[in-house]
Design a protein around this ligand. Structure first.
Ligand SMILES: [Fe+2]
Ligand SMILES: [Fe+2]
Length: 167
C-alpha cells in the first residue's frame, strides 16, 4: 500500500499521531537504513567502482544527501515537531511560518538529490551478472529512496498545511 492509498487515513490522524508516525516509522528507519546501506555501498564501490564508473559519484551523492537528511530530521525533532504539538492557537501558528518554509526547502533539495541518485544508479536495476552485494544494495537503496519520498510527502501534504495559516 503506498501513501496515496493511506493518505485519507493519515488525514484523519491527530497532529500528535502524525508526529508519532513520522518519528517512529520514518525517522527511526532512516537512521537504521543509513547504518546498513553505508558500509554495503562502500564495499560495492571498492569492488566494482572501476568497471561501473558512476558508482563512486553515486556514493558521494548518497553521503551528501544522508548527511543533509540526518541534520534535517534532527531539526524537526528538536525544534519544529515539539512546537507543532504544543501550539494550539492560530495566532501562534504564524511563528511556524519560517521554520516550515525551511523544512520545505530542505525537502526540495533532498528530493532533487534523491532523483539524481536514482538516475546515477540506473533506476536501481543492477547490471547483468551483478554480485549479491550489488543486488542487495539496489534493493535497499530503492526502498530507502521511496521511503524518504513518502516521508517528505506526509510532511509536505498532510502535516505542514495544518499550520500554514494566511495572514
Ligand atoms: Fe521528517
Ligand atoms: Fe522533513
Amino acid at each position: 500500500m503506498n501513501i496515496m492509498d493511506r493518505s485519507s487515513e493519515y488525514q484523519k490522524m491527530s497532529n500528535e499521531g502524525l508526529v508519532d508516525l513520522l518519528l517512529n516509522r520514518y525517522h527511526k528507519k532512516l537512521r537504521y537504513d543509513v547504518l546498513t546501506i553505508t558500509p554495503l555501498f562502500e564495499r560495492v564501490v571498492n569492488v566494482h567502482g572501476n568497471s561501473h564508473n558512476t558508482l563512486a559519484a553515486a556514493k558521494k551523492l548518497f553521503d551528501k544527501v544522508v548527511a543533509h537528511l540526518q541534520f534535517h530530521i534532527t531539526k524537526e525533532e528538536q525544534m519544529l515537531f515539539p512546537a507543532l504539538v504544543q501550539l494550539s492557537d492560530l495566532n501562534q501558528f504564524k511563528a511556524l511560518k519560517g521554520p516550515i518554509y525551511c523544512m520545505r526547502s530542505d525537502h526540495q533539495h533532498d528530493d532533487e538529490d534523491l532523483k539524481q541518485l536514482k538516475i546515477l544508479m540506473n533506476d536501481f536495476v543492477p547490471p547483468s551478472g551483478a554480485c549479491q552485494s550489488y543486488q542487495k544494495l539496489m534493493v535497499l537503496l530503492s526502498e530507502f529512496v521511496e521511503d524518504t519520498f513518502e516521508h517528505m510527502k506526509i510532511e509536505n501534504e498532510i502535516l505542514f498545511p495544518r499550520f500554514e495559516v494566511e495572514g
